[in-house]
Design a protein around this ligand. Structure first.
Ligand SMILES: N[C@@H](CC=O)C(=O)O
Length: 312
């Protein structure tokens, strides 16, 4: 199934589980994949930044795509960002061959001007081939590349294979409004806008016209419910549920390896992955941080029983 601009809902960004010694834990990857499906998500993104993709060998990345493609019957997006187009093309073509629906491309942090950004995506789209739909990853906090709404419009207009914007700008609500404005005035075709940033602004992003979430928050079922409630116009119910998760969600949003360490710890505590290790270089939580996470989860659990954990 091909990724199209009609996609809506929740597409979680999956972490890559590792054993303590750094090997990829394929058993946990399978369990996590099945869990995402059971939550009612609408697709999955694997091998993104959060999936520690730059630390993987090609054969490991390939094996993960193969495993997920065998058990996940909804759109699969594979992160293929790479310093060079040869590696990007190889993984993109291989992933599509294995059953992926599209790929995600983040910009290299060397891009400075609008023309450089637009030119990069023209070349990247050409490198992977016009038959491979791609997600444009707009994540200035990590990539240090700032894309204005006009730059996104130029990329979308030039590349028919650009079908989704993974929106992670911050502040970014007005960017969603501007892009939907382009669609309304006919100056840009429709693309799906799925939002990241750990879900931190999901409640209002939905109200500004986002189609859903594309983030790795450790409770994808909450994202699914908030997106559904918001789409159904149940504003208060959407915000009530979101607000119950917000203190922990904020804690998880700490940038870099620490935020990922929080998520992996919670996925482990939820019994979804066997070990919270990151492949090196990585981070782990100290006892104080673990205590804070447990405290925050116990507070969510007062209103959302899905956050009830077995005793550590
Ligand atoms: N920041 C992202 C991960 C990177 O793509 C998230 O929202 O989880």
């Amino acid at each position: 199934m091909s990724l199209t601009s009609a996609i809506t809902g929740v597409i979680p960004i999956s972490p890559t589980p590792f054993h303590q010694d750094g090997r990829v834990d394929m058993e946990s990857m399978a369990r996590l994949t099945d869990y995402f499906l059971s939550c009612g998500v609408d697709g999955i993104t694997i091998l993104g930044q959060l999936g520690e993709a730059p630390k993987l060998e090609f054969s490991e990345a390939r094996a993960i795509v193969e495993l997920v493609a065998k058990r996940f019957d909804k759109p699969i997006v594979v992160g293929v960002s790479a310093p060079g187009f040869a590696a990007m093309r190889s993984l993109a073509r291989e992933a599509m061959e294995l059953g992926a629906s599209g790929v995600m491309i983040g910009p290299p942090n060397t891009l400075r001007t609008d023309d450089q950004i637009v030119g990069y995506y023209r070349q990247a789209a050409e490198a992977i081939g016009p038959d491979v739909p791609f997600v444009l990853q707009d994540y200035p906090l990590t990539f240090s590349v700032v894309m204005t709404p006009n730059v996104i419009k130029r990329i979308v207009t030039e590349n028919a294979s650009c079908v989704v914007l993974k929106h992670e700008d911050w502040p970014g609500l007005d960017k969603i409004t501007a892009l939907r404005g382009f669609e309304a005035d006919g100056s840009m075709r429709h693309i799906a806008i799925l939002t990241g940033n750990g879900g931190l602004f999901l409640d209002f992003e939905m109200e500004r016209g986002a189609d859903g979430a594309n983030t790795g928050y450790a409770f994808p079922e909450m994202l699914v419910d908030v997106v559904k409630l918001s789409a159904a116009g149940q504003r208060d119910a959407a915000h009530d549920l979101f607000d119950a998760h917000l203190p922990y969600l904020r804690y998880e949003q700490q940038q870099g390896p620490l935020g990922l360490a929080v998520r992996k710890y919670v996925y482990m505590r939820r019994g979804l992955i066997a070990c919270d290790a990151q492949r090196k270089p990585g981070a782990t939580l100290n006892a104080a941080a673990k205590g804070e996470v447990e405290f925050l989860l116990s507070r969510i659990a007062r209103s959302d029983k899905r956050a009830v954990l077995k005793a550590a």
